[in-house]
Design a protein around this ligand. Structure first.
Ligand code: GCO
Ligand code: MN
Ligand code: MN
Length: 383
């Protein structure tokens, strides 16, 4: 069997990349950059070259350096806007950098210092202005520094109060300004802090319900982050979908038990990537598919373009595989057998209390999950 052709990406696929991802120069904690830094406009051009990309996302300081003078800020913005115009890309999501500057060494919204907390909110409000200026309607909040190394440092209950107060303030500002943002909280269990508050999707979902207006706040799950916590990413995404809180997604990949590797989507665990894509597509999820990953440190510019193309191509190939899975005769036959008794009468306590069961018969119904999983693997491999 020849491998089926993989359709080319188009903006309708809603693929997006961050300035900090394709623009990553290959610096790591042990080594200097291996690629030259690209300006925001040059990054947009690179994405234009990759083809089929819908949009680009940024942290405030990916676009405008933290200490930029007003004249420098306006010339960067003008060049960036010109690059958007010539490539047809748009800005989909904006976010705020509350982790790089030393002022945030102990967090922003959860810093013990009220002035740092105030500055973090001030900076986030300005980042919202900047995103809105470029038409973003999604605002991601990743609390990379919101945490501790030692629990002696902070009262974790008080920290959650502070976190909540900060987000309530941003949400109120959004309403006052009429920006129309939806906010997406992005959890991560650790790195750069020893322990980060709101470490998983489940924590974020519970936290959101404590907000004054939970309706505009959802989550931004990232593949690598749930996997760092040892969790099944598709299940985390399912919980967010089920809660109607899947506002955004960060696609990448990760080998288990490592640092945050930010590998190309599907490069490490194609099978779990398949189930993720299948979940998003089966539920017709319509959000941005943001690749929050970066090319290997060994890559040059041309290879970064391959990295961007490959990210989209893998998503599409897995989406095609999911369609084949859903239409596959053998899969359907196995599912029919597995689900032969899937529906039953309305649950009613009195009726269930009185009912009799043949346990041995129930325990001997066929569940050919081996056959189903093998067929799945073969579909993914195109075997
Ligand atoms: C990380 C995070 C970030 C965030 C980004 C957007 O582990 O570094 O995934 O890349 O997604 O800061 O808020
Ligand atoms: Mn990450
Ligand atoms: Mn991310």
């Amino acid at each position: 069997m020849t491998a089926p052709a993989t359709p080319l990406p188009t903006p309708a696929d809603k693929f997006t990349f961050g300035l900090w991802t394709v623009g990553n120069p290959g610096r790591d904690p042990f080594g200097e950059p291996t690629r030259s830094a690209l300006s925001p406009a040059e990054i947009v051009d690179l994405l234009g070259e990759a083809g089929g990309v819908l949009g680009v996302n940024f942290h405030d300081n990916d676009l405008v350096p933290i200490d930029a003078a007003p004249a420098e800020a306006s010339s960067i913005k003008a060049e960036f806007r010109a690059a958007l115009d010539r490539t047809g890309l748009r800005v989909c999501m904006a976010t705020v950098n509350l982790f790089s500057d030393p002022v945030f060494r102990d967090g922003g919204f959860t810093s013990n210092d009220a002035d740092v907390r105030a500055y973090a909110i001030h900076k986030a409000l300005h980042a919202m202005d900047l995103g809105a200026e470029f038409g973003a309607d999604m605002f991601v909040l990743w609390g990379g520094r919101e945490g501790v190394e030692t629990d002696a440092a902070k009262d974790p209950v008080l920290s959650l109060d502070r976190y909540r107060d900060a987000i309530n303030t941003l949400v109120r500002y959004n309403a006052d300004k009429g920006f129309g943002y939806r906010f997406a909280l992005e959890p991560k269990p650790n790195e750069p802090r020893g322990h980060i508050f709101l470490p998983t999707i489940g924590h974020c979902l519970a936290f959101i319900h404590s907000l004054d207006d939970p309706s505009v706040v959802g989550v931004n799950p990232e593949v690598a982050h749930e996997q760092m916590a040892g969790l099944n990413f598709s299940h985390a995404v399912a919980m967010a979908l089920w809660s109607k809180k899947l506002f955004h997604i960060d696609l990448n990949d990760q080998a288990g038990g490592r640092y945050d590797q930010d590998f190309r989507f599907g490069s490490e665990n194609p099978k779990s990537a398949f189930f993720l894509v299948k979940l998003l597509e089966d539920h017709a999820w319509s959000g941005f598919r943001h690749f929050d990953s970066h090319a290997y440190r060994t890559s040059d510019r041309a290879d970064v373009v391959e990295f961007a193309k490959g990210s989209m191509r893998t998503y599409i190939a897995l989406r095609e595989a999911a369609k084949r899975w859903n239409a596959d005769g053998r899969v359907r036959e196995l599912l029919a057998q597995i689900n032969a008794h899937a529906s039953g009468p309305q649950l009613d306590a009195a009726a269930l209390h009185a009912r009799t069961f043949d346990r041995a018969a129930l325990a001997s119904r066929a569940l050919p999950y081996e056959a189903l999983d093998q067929r799945t693997v073969e579909i993914i491999m195109g075997a």
